[in-house]
Design a protein around this ligand. Structure first.
Ligand SMILES: [Zn+2]
Length: 82
């Protein structure tokens, strides 16, 4: 269990992906996901679901946001492996 990973995080994910979190809340989520393997797994699963249901009218996250998250995760991986 990762410290700081609450059950309600995963509920908050749907708000986050809908772009309904406040910017500072979204930033906290991004930071948490970058450090939490459980949430990274959950996030990937959600993104796959979202792709599946995307054509059925589910709202997509703002494009720039996931790009920033990917960059953050990538930067973190680089640090881990050096
Ligand atoms: Zn977590």
């Amino acid at each position: 269990m990762t410290e700081g990973c609450e059950d309600d995080h995963q509920e908050r994910f749907s708000l986050w992906l809908d772009g309904r979190l406040l910017p500072e809340q979204a930033e906290l989520m991004a930071q948490h996901v970058a450090e939490c393997p459980d949430c990274q797994t959950f996030y990937s699963a959600l993104r796959r679901l979202e792709a599946l249901f995307g054509e059925a009218g589910m709202p997509a996250p703002r494009p720039g946001f996931s790009a920033r998250l990917q960059a953050r995760l990538a930067a973190r991986q680089v640090r881990h492996h050096t």
